[in-house]
Write a protein that binds this ligand. Structure first.
Ligand SMILES: [Fe+2]
Ligand SMILES: [Fe+2]
Length: 284
């Protein structure tokens, strides 16, 4: 079975869109048995998402997982977008919503989840207290914006106060619960599915966010190091490692290509981003 995998097509982004179109053309020409797109296809508002997914020409099963960008909405309920709206829209386009319906073909199963983050990948040396990560802004932003000034305190050092960075999910994603709770709910669903697939010898997981710190990009600058808090969670990896039949996990989100062997698992991030598009061809 040949699997074609990509992620982070970011079709509503002006730089990313023509590159996504070119990549999809290449994937259409590559053939393959199963197609897997692991999130950040486009924001859910408008019809960019449909426009992007409609460009794929593929005969076999087309599997779809959401990313954090699918949850960006001008409305007030990202959860309704994820749980109700997007699965319906995917089905109308002929795509399978992997988080609701794992796929089993012979002795191989595929499962999927957004994954999410809980700041377990936050870089301790930045010296930023957790309350800033929860608000998705760095102390430098709190120094400049009155709205966040109450977060500052004596436990925030000079270096952290000079760091100006924000994670835009804080503006565009409306969950109505903490990131930690959202992650727990998503992993609970994934665990139910993994338990149901205990007899399938080979399970492949597709999770938008990173499951292991080993996949994090190298240190680039303090802004990027701040963003690492939002790239994934060690809880995703811990869950997958509980199941010996989960042999591989593919993810996106970091826009940085990486591969790691952790316990019995091979973990791969696609490395597809705004300016560099890639897809993987995997023989199972
Ligand atoms: Fe992305
Ligand atoms: Fe993402």
């Amino acid at each position: 079975m040949r699997l074609l995998i990509t992620s982070d097509l970011h079709y509503n982004h002006p730089v990313s869109q023509p590159l996504a179109e070119e990549l999809i053309e290449r994937m259409n020409a590559a053939g393959g048995d199963v197609l897997l797109v692991i999130g950040d296809t486009a924001v859910a508002d408008g019809d960019c998402w449909e426009q992007c997914l409609g460009r794929f020409r593929f005969d076999g099963p087309k599997l779809l997982v959401a990313g954090n960008h699918e949850l960006w909405t001008n409305g007030n309920d990202s959860l309704a977008v994820l749980m109700n709206q997007l699965p319906r829209r995917a089905a109308a386009l002929g795509w399978r919503w992997l988080a609701d319906e794992p796929l089993v073909i012979g002795d191989v199963a595929l499962v999927g989840s957004v994954g999410w983050y809980d700041y377990s990948f936050a870089q301790k040396e930045l010296g930023i207290p957790r309350r800033f990560y929860e608000n998705k802004i760095s102390p430098g932003v709190a120094q400049r914006l009155e709205k966040f000034a109450h977060l500052l305190g004596e436990d925030v050092g000079e270096r952290a106060r000079r760091l100006y960075a924000r994670w835009n999910d804080g503006v565009h994603v409306k969950l109505g619960m903490s990131d930690e709770k959202f992650l727990a709910a998503l992993l609970g669903r994934l665990e139910e599915q993994l338990a149901g697939l205990a007899r399938v010898p080979n399970v492949i997981a597709a999770v938008h966010c990173l499951p292991f710190a080993q996949l994090l990009p190298p240190s680039h600058n303090a802004q990027w190091d701040f963003a690492k808090a939002y790239l994934g969670s060690e809880k995703i990896g811990q869950l997958l490692l509980k199941y010996p039949n989960v042999k591989r996990v593919y993810c996106g989100h970091s826009h940085f290509p990486a591969r790691a062997r952790v316990g019995h698992l091979t973990a791969v991030s696609t490395g597809c981003g705004y300016r560099h598009k890639r897809f993987l061809q995997v023989e199972i």
